[in-house]
Design a protein around this ligand. Sequence first.
Ligand SMILES: [Zn+2]
Length: 330
Amino acid sequence: MQISPSVRAVQVPDDKPMHPGGTNIYLVGKGQALTIDSGEAMDHYKWMLRGYLAAVERSEIALAAITHHHADHSGNLKWANSIFNAEVIVHKRAVPLLKGKLPKKEHVRFLEDGDHIDMGGGVKPRVIFAPGHSVDSISYYLEDEGVLFTGDTLLGSSTTTVNDLGSYRQSLKILVDLPNLKVICPGHGAIVNDPRERLQGLIAHREMRERQILQVLDDGRPRTSWEIMEAVYPGLDKRLKRAATGNVETHIRQLEQEGRLLLHPGRARKPNPAKVQQEVEHAKYVDGVIKQARKLEDERRRAELRTQESPRSAAWARQPRYELVGRAKD
Ligand SMILES: [Zn+2]
């Protein structure tokens, strides 16, 4: 889908309840393109991107960038490097979090806040450090076209999870003030065509959640984060309850840091070593079965290919032969 003169979106369907509207991969620039995020290390992301390139695009992937280190954004960096020979570009803060996901050092470029990625033809997305969803979250801004790539800092069809609320609120304030802002390309969900309103809405939304939490606790009774979540989010989809509790906890951490909440410390349950061992063994067993199945599948595919290389001798004790009529030698 064309977003602006030099930006296209590849919207990949995805079945996670956290990602209504799917996961997005963006292409920036012509001829030699930049990808911003490239999905999880699963076949359907790779095939969707390759399918899009084959069917719609006339460019090649020269650079592969990410908005943050999470696996649903960074899973295909090595693959992009090996298939398209793309140079991988990452923010310095992401590097320690990307263990095993980066290609060799000579294929990686490191970014800092304020850097521009020059794609030629005046297309130069700028890097904006915007932590909060994760410690290494960055946005890319193409000011001439007014296109902002937010990764998971702002989502198109749902609210995101926040790791550090204080820095998250600051990041939103930086983004809402960007000049010429016209459209937000989020990491998941629909394209956002009213970017300022949405950013302002998010800032207000966080203020509202904080007020709600304070209200729940106003009767003076101590509560767990789960209990606060149930009061603040009545009727929430069950699959989102843990994530919502995470959100409540980010507010709690900020309120605690500000000295507005009193913490009654909990006590961790002692792990049962036998049970832990059992779980480890089971996980190993499952991994082994999956590995073995993949190996067998691979072998079968290779065997099928190999049969093309030689005559059908297995089916015939003696194979039929052909000669020209009337040319028989005596
Ligand atoms: Zn994500």
